[in-house]
Design a protein around this ligand. Structure first.
Ligand code: KIV
Length: 271
């Protein structure tokens, strides 16, 4: 349990930076709804990411590209209502931060309408002026490097990134640029563990890994994936902490059978 959660304090973007300084690992999971967010917060998660992975997990799209600002705001509002302590970070969706003016306008909208604490943007040098402009108006920003799913049509696939020297070199430069721009942390997705370790040791803001190895300052997973709801999805970096697919299937099968056989409801379950 985090010392920050223990003291019943709201965790802030600055808390995450302090946790890195003190050598305390940061726990982060995604959530998209009120009841899940409430459970994560009650058990002491440090941070909840309202990821645009909602596109895959909640809406069933193949990529995160279709997510809209309105949809992200709705998911973030639901999560925020369930949270007392954890830092709530919301992804800015694809196309909502292509330049500093649109970026600030849309960032302000997400923060005002959802009351989440911070935003996450994908990319490095190419979005740096937008990142600076959003931070300038007082919104904490987390970066996201490596496999950045909003760039899937440029990458062509979801394979590990920055294995080649040139891409690794750019990633290190981008991490420093994001730190200098004022980001409070950076997600490192699906890159070699040695590269994530190098970045984590070179910058003073926390790195949050998903497929980035053990030397990141914290870890994030997509909640449905780690709970085993997404049957058959098991990339190397994912640890399954539950088998909700089986739990839900068994429960619903039992319910169907009880209804069909008039075993539900019984006398105690009716008025
Ligand atoms: O959208 C998301 O869930 C994310 C995590 C995979 C880091 O960006």
């Amino acid at each position: 349990m985090s010392t920050y959660t223990d003291s019943n304090k709201k965790i802030t973007a600055q808390s995450l930076v302090s946790m890195k300084k003190q050598g305390e690992k940061i726990s982060m999971l995604t959530a998209y709804d009120y009841t899940t967010a409430k459970i994560l917060d009650e058990v002491g998660i440090d941070s909840i990411l309202v990821g645009d992975s909602a596109s895959n997990i909640m809406a069933g799209y193949a990529t995160t590209i279709p997510m809209t600002l309105e949809q992200m705001i709705l998911y973030a509002q639901s999560v925020v209502r369930g949270v007392k302590h954890a830092l709530v970070i919301c992804d800015m969706p694809f196309g909502s931060y292509t330049n500093p003016i649109d970026g600030v306008k849309n960032a302000v909208r997400i923060i005002q309408e959802s009351q989440c604490d911070a935003l996450k943007l994908e990319g490095g040098e190419e979005i740096i002026e937008t990142v600076k402009a959003i931070i300038k108006v007082g919104i904490p920003v987390m970066g996201h490097l490596g496999l950045t799913p909003q760039y899937i049509n440029r990458f062509g696939d979801y394979r590990i990134r920055a294995k080649e020297k040139e891409e690794a070199r750019k990633l290190v430069i981008d991490a420093h640029l994001l730190e200098e721009a004022g980001c409070f942390g950076i997600v490192l997705e699906k890159i070699p563990a040695t590269l994530a370790a190098q970045v984590s040791s070179e910058i003073s803001i926390p790195t949050i890994g998903i497929g980035g190895g053990a030397d990141c300052d914290g870890q994030v997973l997509v909640i449905d994936d780690m709970l085993g709801k997404n049957k058959g999805f098991h990339p190397k970096f994912l640890r399954l902490y539950a088998d909700l697919h089986t739990v839900i299937s068994d429960a619903v099968s039992n319910y169907i059978s009880d209804v069909k056989q008039s075993k539900f409801p019984n006398k105690e379950e009716q008025y």
